[in-house]
Design a protein around this ligand. Structure first.
Ligand code: ATP
Ligand code: MG
Length: 391
């Protein structure tokens, strides 16, 4: 009986010459964490990894967990068999049958693709492909060979052992977590910021999150929604430390003392400043927001400039050039969309100016801030920080 093994391919980290062992050790760590609940054992092969020991009925779940690991390009559930012609060809024919049944195909065009990594194996790849193809044609009904544009490709790899598979399931790509430092994500309950966090984490950056709420103007449910978003993200990023900050006093003060049309921009500068403090206290080297040029008044180039000027840490805005539709598609793919669209108020939606400035001047904004006790407000907000670990 052939054992099912998961073949795991990784990509970009090949490029990192001297750093390669470092990247690979992070990748292995992340893979081990992903397959641990399924008793999977990770081992190294030539330019790939193998996961053995996952029970048949848990294969699907284990693959899903692996495809969320940044750095992995694709995963194939393969049958591992001895390098015996008869065994390999029979297995390939069985795999083909299984695939056709699963997809309800009565007939299909196919092709066998052979990779012979073990050069001691006596037949050349082309010969094995022709031979195996002939065997499959004979033993599986309804098939035709099409070497140019087949509907189904059966892969046969000859290495230490032989591996037979059809499915190649795409992973996220990216780089292993922890390979590129740590950043603090400003996480709202909206569609954009979870996607922004995902995109930066995908580059190997560890994430902490900062969320502002305005109790009693925002509800407990609104906060729970953000915790749920962090939980969904944590399937990719690993456990997330979420810092929840009360923004009520700041909003009230701005509302009372500053020109109404500047409300949003002023709020955003406070959010950035507090996030920067939290970031620095927790070893984060950058901030992340879900802003995109022109999406709302507070995201014009002028507004972004004013917001940016409040902090010195670099601010990553991975959605800057994306349309809302593209961001929504991405949110659906990563699984945050359904939660993001739940209709709970966000602290930014509670106090919305009727006619927000779209071209704020830094000078005027700073003048308004002069009407506030900024340091006191920030210090008191910092005292409200509640940190929880999600995921
Ligand atoms: P989102 O869909 O992520 O809420 P948005 O289009 O509603 O974004 P804004 O409300 O202007 O845009 O917020 C811009 C960015 O500011 C967000 O993407 C997020 O990074 C940050 N932000 C907004 N509100 C909060 C909040 N309550 N807590 C933490 N960060 C926030
Ligand atoms: Mg928002």
């Amino acid at each position: 009986m052939a054992a099912t093994v998961l073949l795991v391919r990784y990509g970009e980290i090949h490029l990192k010459g001297a750093n390669r062992p470092f990247f690979e050790s992070l990748l292995v760590k992340a893979m081990r964490r992903a397959v641990e609940p399924f008793s999977g054992k990770v081992s190294r092969g030539d330019g790939r990894y193998y996961v053995h020991g996952v029970a048949e009925e848990q294969t699907g779940e284990a693959i899903q967990a692996l495809t969320r690991v940044f750095g992995i390009y694709s995963v194939s559930p393969a049958l591992e068999v001895e390098k015996d012609k008869q065994v390999m060809y029979e297995t390939a024919a069985e795999e083909m049958k299984r695939y056709m049944q699963k997809h309800n195909l009565a007939g299909a065009t196919f092709k066998v693709e052979v990779k012979r990594a073990d050069k001691r194996y006596p037949m050349k790849s082309m010969e094995v492909a022709a031979d195996a193809g002939g065997y499959i044609l004979e033993h599986v009904e309804g098939l035709r060979v099409d070497v140019h544009n087949p509907q189904v490709r059966v892969f046969l790899e000859i290495r230490e052992q032989a591996y037979v598979y059809v499915d190649i399931i795409k992973g996220q790509g990216g780089m292993p977590l922890g390979s590129n430092g740590k950043a603090a994500l400003l996480l709202s309950g909206g569609i954009d910021s979870p996607v922004a966090g995902y995109m930066v984490a995908k580059r190997g950056v560890l994430i902490e999150a900062v969320h502002y709420h305005s109790f009693p103007y925002t509800s407990e449910r609104a906060k729970e929604k953000v915790i749920e978003l962090a939980r969904i993200l944590s399937a990719y990023t690993g456990p997330i430390r979420l810092h929840i900050v009360s923004f009520t006093e700041i909003q009230m003060q701005i509302y009372e003392k500053c020109p109404e049309e500047q409300l949003t921009v002023l709020m955003r500068r406070f959010m950035m400043r507090i996030a920067e403090r939290i970031a620095k206290e927790n070893g984060c080297q950058a901030l992340i927001t879900g802003e995109s040029i022109g999406q709302v008044a507070s995201q014009t180039i002028e507004s972004l400039h004013v917001t940016n000027s409040a902090v010195e840490l670099p601010v990553f805005r991975p959605l800057i050039g994306m349309d809302k539709i593209e961001i929504m598609e991405r949110a659906e793919k990563i699984g945050t969309y359904e939660t993001s669209i739940e209709p709970y108020e966000d602290c930014c939606t509670v106090f919305v100016p009727k006619h927000p400035v779209t071209r704020p001047s830094l000078e005027k904004i700073e003048k308004s801030e002069g009407l506030l006790d900024g340091e006191g407000l920030i210090a008191r907000a910092m005292e409200t920080v509640e940190t929880i670990t999600v995921g």
